[in-house]
Design a protein around this ligand. Structure first.
Ligand code: CDP
Length: 239
């Protein structure tokens, strides 16, 4: 069940900034930092797809059945997605699942789940509702193109496959084992990129009006600064 207890919009509180891009391009960490700097809410849309995947796995629904699930079936999952202040809390069976949704098992299946049209339909309204009042930085694959086509600022983050794999490894593996694991991580990321780019519904594409930022040679601090600069130039918002 998705329970959005948001107040009805009374006024637009701010703009919408979308940050899309392939796996490991730094969207989520950058979006979180940019949202913090602007005092905006952050929507990590990938975490919604991860939470849906986690629920399907945990509720032991056979993978072969997933493509036949309807929106009403998905509503019966024991998943709660609740905005709380400027965070979005996801729980399954009343337990916070923010770490569990990052597991290798979920990562392996999430692109398949995200390719299912009924899952996208089910999560679409949730995402749009979170942006009703504006004041949102949303990151994902189709934020600028499909979910928030009217966003004031659209960014498309890229980086070379090797740099993205290195950054991903840095998040969870001892740096000493990086070199031997790099090839496998590059393969995993590439597989997910291809699945996201080639799926029929809402594939990963750069929105026509998005500004591309290549972060291959940028530090995290530089990429946050670059995005805040773009937002300031385009809208006058931020410092
Ligand atoms: O952080 P990372 O780039 O590894 O992935 P994520 O943002 O957590 O998203 C996980 C998966 O969800 C992606 O590989 C996509 O398959 C899917 N996704 C999507 O289809 N649409 C979005 N707006 C966000 C994520």
């Amino acid at each position: 069940m998705i329970d959005l207890k948001l107040p009805k919009p009374t006024r637009l509180e701010g703009i919408i900034v979308t940050i899309d891009g392939p796996a490991g391009s730094g969207k989520t960490s950058t979006a979180r930092e940019v949202a913090g700097a602007l005092d905006y809410r952050h929507l990590d849309s990938g975490s919604l797809y991860r939470a849906a995947t986690f629920s399907l796995l945990r509720e032991s629904i056979n993978v072969k059945e997933w493509e036949h699930l309807t929106v009403s079936d998905l509503d019966l999952l024991n998943l709660q997605i609740l905005p709380m202040d400027d965070k979005i809390i996801m729980s399954w069976d009343q337990k916070n699942i923010s770490s569990e949704i990052r597991s290798a098992e979920v990562t392996e299946k999430v692109s398949y789940v995200a390719s299912l049209p009924q899952v996208r339909k089910w999560l679409f309204e949730t995402q749009q509702n979170l942006g009703l009042n504006g004041r949102l930085v949303a990151d994902g694959r189709d934020m600028g193109e499909v979910v928030f086509p009217e966003a004031e600022v659209k960014i498309f983050l890229t980086a070379s496959l090797e740099v993205r794999a290195r950054r991903r490894l840095l998040e969870y593996i001892d740096p000493k084992s990086h070199d031997e694991m790099l090839d496998d991580e590059m393969k995993r990321i590439n597989k997910r990129d291809l699945a996201d780019q080639n799926r029929q519904h809402s594939p990963l594409v750069q929105a026509q009006d998005a500004i591309q930022v290549d972060t291959t040679k940028l530090t995290f601090h530089q990429q946050v600064k670059t995005l805040l600069g773009i937002i300031k130039d385009l809208t006058g918002i931020g410092s």
